[in-house]
Design a protein around this ligand. Structure first.
Ligand code: ATP
Ligand SMILES: Cc1cn([C@H]2C[C@H](O)[C@@H](COP(=O)(O)O)O2)c(=O)[nH]c1=O
Length: 213
């Protein structure tokens, strides 16, 4: 017998670097709180003390610090702690959990763009996090050059281990996200993120309307 179904809603934002996920989580959080909902904003890798420590291991250091296998398992370990300590308890009490990246990033970056098998990523997710899946995923899309420019402006030119990877890697990530959306159109909604933040936020709110109480 697995865990009982959660009572809250689990929403994830996905997409490449600099497409506006953090900005949109904040705006969606404000909109949902204005409706009187209990909202938890969080991110991956991270969201707990242990997972933030793993984040530092994953994002810092030399480009070849980890191979794709070690990387995938570190993301899965961070996620297991995050799900157990923050996401599940919040959903169980009826909160809306808004998470900046989740399992679909693991699939896009470590399977799609790094060559691991999608089944293996999902097996680690089942072991670590009981296979918890979002109720809805908003996939933000933006031309690579525009997203890279936004991220560069934000970070003053300093990229982390993933941001520093070449164009081919980020194209493969985007292609993997699009393939996931094509496989799961009911859960994963594609959001054009080229316009101003308020317009993008309105698109996102339309795509979660059916989940509102
Ligand atoms: N719609 C928008 N139009 C113009 N600039 C934007 C828009 N949304 C966000 N930005 C800006 O682009 C930069 C990247 O946005 P944000 O940090 O939200 O992206 P992200 O997807 O969370 O990035 P990462 O994956 O690298 O953490 C920020 O400086 C942000 O202020
Ligand atoms: C959850 C997750 C993330 N990644 C990558 C994607 C990004 O490059 C970084 C996180 O940085 P951000 O500024 O918070 O977006 O980690 C990944 O490769 N696999 C994952 O499962």
């Amino acid at each position: 017998m697995g865990a009982p179904p959660p009572r809250g809603k689990f929403i994830t934002l996905e997409g490449g670097e600099g497409v506006g996920k953090s900005t949109q989580i904040r705006l969606l959080g404000e909109a949902l709180r204005a409706r009187g909902l209990d909202v938890v904003e969080t991110r991956e890798p991270g969201g707990t003390e242990g997972a933030e420590a793993i984040r530092a291991l994953l994002l810092g250091g030399a480009a070849d610090r980890w191979n794709p296998q070690a990387e995938a398992l570190l993301f899965a370990a961070a996620r297991a702690d995050h799900v157990a300590r923050v996401i599940r308890p919040a959903l169980d009490r009826g909160a809306w959990v808004l998470c900046d990246r989740f399992i679909d990033s693991n699939r896009a970056y470590q399977a799609g763009a790094s060559g691991l098998a999608d089944d293996d990523i999902m097996a680690a997710h089942r072991i670590g996090s009981g296979g918890l899946m979002p109720d809805r995923t908003l996939l933000l899309t933006l031309p690579l050059d525009v997203a890279a420019e936004r991220a560069m402006q934000r970070d003053a030119g300093r990229a982390d281990r993933f941001g520093a990877r070449g164009r081919a890697f980020h194209e493969a990530v985007n292609a993997a996200f699009m393939a996931q959306a094509a496989q799961e159109p009911a859960r994963i909604r594609i959001i054009d993120a080229t316009d101003g933040a308020a317009i993008v936020s309105a698109r996102i709110q339309t795509e979660i309307e059916d989940l509102l109480p």
